[in-house]
Design a protein around this ligand. Structure first.
Ligand code: SF4
Length: 91
């Protein structure tokens, strides 16, 4: 291969390589962020969830509660009056 042709190949190959490496880094970052936001939740039975309060504690007073009726840790709909073993008082 003549020297000028080899230079042309190198000048187009490097930017392409940078684009591929950069694109891969972005894809990995997006996948990691998505994986973090989709951490599996615990089934209600595992968390010991019940529809009523326990000793004055209820989901509405828990830091994991997300109005109107879900929880950051427990799968499925939860009642504001419910409770489970993962209760952590709002601070
Ligand atoms: S008490 Fe349990 S189910 Fe209710 S919000 Fe807190 S962690 Fe979720």
């Amino acid at each position: 291969m003549p020297e000028s042709a080899a230079r042309n190949v190198m000048s187009t190959a490097l930017p392409r390589r940078r684009i591929i490496i950069g694109g891969t880094a972005v894809a990995v970052a997006l996948f990691s962020a998505r994986a973090r936001s989709q951490t599996p939740k615990v089934p209600k039975a595992t968390a010991g969830y019940q529809d009523g309060p326990n000793n004055g504690q209820s989901c509405s007073g828990c830091g994991h509660f997300m109005a109107p009726a879900s929880c950051a840790l427990v799968d499925g709909a939860v009642s504001p009056q419910g409770w489970c073993k993962l209760f952590a008082a709002k601070t």
